[in-house]
Design a protein around this ligand. Structure first.
Ligand code: PEP
Ligand code: MG
Length: 591
């Protein structure tokens, strides 16, 4: 792409909204490279540091090539040969070393400046083959810079200003430490609607697009980009015309948002008075502000695993207690459902070292970590119980698949309570204990489990993944990720009916709860609560208030007789477009 020319990349829209701003490309975990001066006596050491990083990079590339030699066609390993040559490029390396001597600045900064210059020059060459070499230089440059930092993971806790983050992927440990005030939007190469980047973006109420071509990573830091979280596009170097169009949309969205915020206090109930609680999902304590702003009646899911990521040592008892106590106090009487950590699966890279399971989503995840780290869950349950003396706190356990686990978890809560009693520490002895229904096994034995627990929260993100045998983060099989598939619908229905029969509270906290297309189905089942990212609460409230419960029941009745996901969606959408075409177009297209 010639510099300055508008280019559009199309991906998957996963968080609504429009953002316009400067790009920050997080390549290989490298966002910002600091610049600092060095003294004359440090020059030789700095050159040595630079050479050592180059050597380390060469060794890594050679190792990678050895590893890939058998597995991949020659074409791919040739790319690594080209990368090796770049590390040996005399033109680049001499220029960096000379600059260290004459300018007396850190080698990271100078190396990046030199490679950026080469990338820029090559990107403007008409020959496509030569132009493509820019991404090779970029790749090598990232590796060298990472090695200069000792290979350690870079934290994004301080961005140079408001930025649109572009990345191959943003892993949970990175989002956990992000400088949130300055993130305008996310655009990534991998991901899906239920992947952590998407969930995090929605919680932060910022637009996001995933599943974009890797080519977008050749966009330069500082280039102006537009992220359209409705259409699922990323536009680089927008023309004046495009900018004018999106500026107008931004202000239109702001108007709609303002309008919706005015309805915060309206009851989320259908025209025939069926009432549903609307709560927020949060990942970090600071999310509570947005949750309150958008009118959440409590927190239906606090994904506490984010507290364990992006740090070396897990949060201790006092720290966790402080966090839960603060969040519940801010809720002023509304409930706070604290889900114990769901570490594992795709949530790795934090203070709890895990074996790399061959199938992480089927391996040692969530409560299964007891076996390796019994003390971790004990400490967390204790902190939650201690916070229960200060407000309406509930405990929720993720990934419960069988009755034995339920028994063990109840035993654990009992032991913690005994210890607190012995120590004379206050807690709510009547604290409600719930579980996530997020596996087919749990849904199918829901009647038994409902005897054990005080409430269910249906985690449709995982339930769809396990029912359809489709990795929730893998864009290649995303066509099979079908929340409206009759099998999924029946599992949810089964769990809801079991809860109702036992008289326990049932909520839905997966992403289905925030998607208007599934709303008639969930309302028709008579769930008590929908918990979602705060941004969706307003529009979902509006939609509920346009609906009749008996119409939703009728939709569900027909849907349960369908054989395909599309048939179910057609029936549901027919009702939605009949009663609220305006809300549908606002939620799905932002206009
Ligand atoms: C779910 O599985 O639906 C859920 C809410 O939990 P998570 O997305 O954190 O796995
Ligand atoms: Mg889950």
């Amino acid at each position: 792409m010639a510099r300055g020319e508008e280019k559009t990349y199309t991906g998957l829209p996963v968080s609504p909204g429009t953002a316009i701003g400067a790009a920050l490309v997080m390549l290989g975990l490298l966002p910002v490279v600091d610049e600092y001066e060095i003294s004359q006596s440090e020059v030789e050491g700095e050159i040595e540091r630079f050479r050592a990083a180059l050597n380390k990079t060469r060794t890594q590339i050679l190792e990678l090539r050895k590893h890939l030699d058998e597995a991949l066609p020659e074409k791919h390993t040739k790319i690594l040969d080209a990368h090796l040559l770049i590390t040996e490029d005399k033109l680049i390396n001499d220029e960096v070393e000379n600059a260290i001597r004459t300018e007396m600045r850190n080698c990271d900064f100078l190396f990046k400046r030199v490679t950026d210059k080469f990338i820029e020059a090559i990107s403007n060459i008409p020959d496509k083959y030569i132009r493509e070499r820019a991404s090779d230089i970029q790749d090598v440059s990232s590796r060298v810079l990472l090695n200069l930092r000792g290979g350690a993971q870079v934290k994004y806790d301080h961005l140079p200003g408001p930025r649109v983050i572009l990345a191959h992927d943003i892993i949970p440990s990175e989002t956990a430490g992000l400088d949130r005030d300055n993130v305008l939007a996310f655009a990534t190469e991998v991901g899906s609607r239920t992947s952590h980047t998407a969930i995090m973006a929605r919680t932060m109420a910022i637009p996001a697009v995933v599943g974009l071509s890797p080519e977008m990573l050749s966009i330069r830091n500082g280039d102006i980009v537009v992220v359209d979280g409705y259409k699922g596009v990323l536009i680089v170097n927008p023309t004046q015309e495009t900018l004018a169009y999106y500026a107008l949309r931004e202000s239109r969205e702001a108007e709609i948002q303002e309008d919706i915020l005015k309805e915060n206090r309206l009851r989320p109930e259908t025209l025939d008075r069926f009432r549903i609680q609307l709560a927020a999902n949060i990942e970090l304590p600071e999310d509570i502000e947005i949750a309150k702003k958008y009118g959440a009646a409590g927190v239906g899911l606090f994904r506490t695993e984010y507290l364990y990521l992006n740090r070396d040592i897990p949060p201790g008892l006092e720290e966790q207690f402080g966090i839960y106590q603060k969040v519940v106090s801010e809720l002023e009487g509304y409930p706070l459902v604290v889900r114990t950590f769901d570490i594992g699966g795709d949530k790795l890279g934090g203070s709890v070292p895990l074996h790399i399971d061959p199938n992480p989503f089927l391996g040692c995840r969530a409560i299964r970590l007891h076996m390796d780290y019994p003390q971790l869950l004990y400490t967390q349950v204790k902190a939650i119980l201690m916070a229960s003396a200060f407000g309406n706190v509930k405990i929720m356990f993720p990934m419960v698949v069988c009755d034995d686990e339920a028994g063990q978890l109840m035993g654990l809560v009992g032991r913690v309570k005994d210890d607190l009693l012995t120590d004379g520490v206050d807690f709510d002895d009547e604290i409600e204990i719930g579980m996530m229904v997020e596996t087919p096994s749990a849904a199918l034995i829901a009647e038994q489990l409902a005897e054990r627990f005080d409430f269910f929260s249906i985690g449709t993100n995982d339930l769809v993944q396990y029912a359809m045998a489709v990795d929730r983060n893998n864009e290649k099989v995303s066509y099979l990720y079908q929340p409206s598939h009759p099998s999924v619908l029946k599992l949810i229905y089964f769990a809801v009916k079991a809860a109702q029969k036992s008289g326990i509270w049932v909520s839905v906290c997966g992403e289905m709860a925030a998607d208007p297309r599934y709303l008639p189905l969930l309302v028709g089942m008579g769930v008590h609560e929908l918990s979602m990212s705060a941004l969706s609460i307003g529009p979902i409230r509006r939609m509920i208030r346009r609906m009749h419960f008996h119409d939703a029941e009728e939709v569900l009745d027909k849907a349960l007789k369908c054989t395909t996901a599309d048939q179910v969606l057609d029936i549901s959408e027919e009702l939605l477009y009949r009663i609220a075409p305006d809300i549908m177009s606002m939620m799905l297209y932002g206009e």
